[in-house]
Design a protein around this ligand. Structure first.
Ligand code: NAD
Length: 350
């Protein structure tokens, strides 16, 4: 950031200070709560609008609140006494969701707007916002062999309609709360996150989980075909959940990154066809591919340029796709069997 702005002092939050995690009934924030709990933080407040029995994970000893955070009043309640606030609450899903429900995606701006102000009023020391690679200019993503996206590629802006614009505007809110009011905000642009305890069915799931589920289903039902959205040539990178939680923690506690959006993603680029092949290998099957060309498929190609994170943090998400998918596949297979047996599973619908 430029000079003339408040000085960034490194004040680490103590293990008994209150950490607030919004969106904790979902995938990433649920895993972040577990991560902080395992690190020894004793006061964690997890918040989500979903009823508690529907949360993907619950961690013993963590305060769990069911609140709709699109209102000023509930955000004040959520942030009361907080030393650090992590906002990962958003109405979101895979391409099937964000291309169809743009209003719902845009309305997530209410959550960040109120959470940011509530964190500021509560005197929080740090605020983290989960942005997305969907904030990048879509004109740069029209070719599957596109170059990786670096942080400056968000402007001139031409974000993904709905979801991407909400992220870009919310980033700006975070930057201005630092510039004008001195709240230390930290912003990571996630590139496709996957792993155990994530959405795997119901319409909000993303490609890695959807492909695992479809292959498990084909095996279970004795089918020899898998349906793939698009022609399979679209390229993406996928970050394993453990890299994501580590990255959030590291970024939020690294002073030079205050109010500075940074990529948090893997740079291991694969096509959807390659992704399917890896999952087939894990599952020990080969299926015929039926391409659904009019299904939502998003941009043609997107990868994370990790030059900045490597330079600044000397680290980047590094779990190989093969290793992360093996764990994810095993977890989804168990979920699939549990559902068949009538047990409660991780599920979110649209
Ligand atoms: P998720 O859907 O599993 O979790 C989001 C949670 O937010 C849900 O549990 C939902 O109930 C909650 N929520 C929505 N509206 C709310 C409201 N008004 N009040 C309280 N809670 C509310 O999604 P996720 O994959 O864990 O994503 C977490 C964050 O990371 C989101 O901001 C998302 O946009 C961002 N992100 C995720 C990915 C990814 O690949 N998963 C990629 C880029 C960015």
């Amino acid at each position: 950031m430029t000079s003339g702005q408040p000085d960034a002092k490194n004040t680490q939050c103590g293990k008994d200070d209150l950490i607030v995690v919004a969106g904790a009934g979902g995938f990433i924030a649920g895993s972040l709560v577990r991560y902080f709990h395992e690190k020894g933080f004793t006061r964690i407040r997890a918040v989500d609008k979903k009823p508690l029995p529907d949360w993907y994970q619950r961690v013993d000893g963590v305060e769990c609140l069911c609140l709709d955070l699109s209102h000023e009043k509930t955000c004040r309640q959520a942030c009361e006494g907080a030393a650090e606030v992590y906002n990962l609450a958003a109405d979101m899903g895979g391409m099937g969701f964000i291309e169809r429900f743009r209003i719902q995606c845009l309305r997530s701006i209410l959550i960040n707007t109120h959470m940011l102000d509530a964190a500021y009023r509560a005197g929080a020391q740090r605020y983290f916002f989960s942005s997305s690679a969907c904030a990048y200019n879509t004109d740069l993503q029209k070719d599957p062999k596109c170059r990786a996206l670096k942080e400056s590629d968000a402007y001139p802006a031409m974000a993904e309609r709905g979801y991407g614009w909400e992220k870009l505007m919310s980033e700006m809110f975070c930057q201005e709360y630092w510039a004008e009011r001195g709240l230390k905000t930290f912003i990571a642009r996630f590139h496709n996150v996957y792993g155990p305890c994530g959405t795997w069915d119901g319409g909000r799931e993303k490609a890695p989980a959807a492909i695992c589920r479809k292959i498990i289903e084909a095996k279970d039902k004795g089918s020899d075909t898998i349906e793939i959205w698009g022609d399979g040539s679209q390229t993406r990178s996928f970050m394993y959940i453990d890299d994501c939680t580590k990255g959030i923690d590291t970024i939020t506690h690294f002073e030079p990154l205050v109010a500075t959006p940074i990529n948090l993603g893997s740079s291991e680029l694969v096509s959807v066809n390659e992704l399917v092949s890896i999952v087939e290998e894990i599952a020990g099957v080969r299926l015929k591919r039926k391409y659904i060309l009019d299904a939502p498929k998003g941009v043609a190609g997107r990868n994370s340029d990790n030059t900045m994170i490597q330079r600044i943090l000397h680290w980047e998400p590094n779990t190989t796709l093969r290793a992360g998918l093996a764990k994810t596949y095993a977890w989804i297979e168990q979920q699939y069997q549990d559902r068949k047996a009538g047990k409660r599973v991780v599920m979110d619908t649209i």
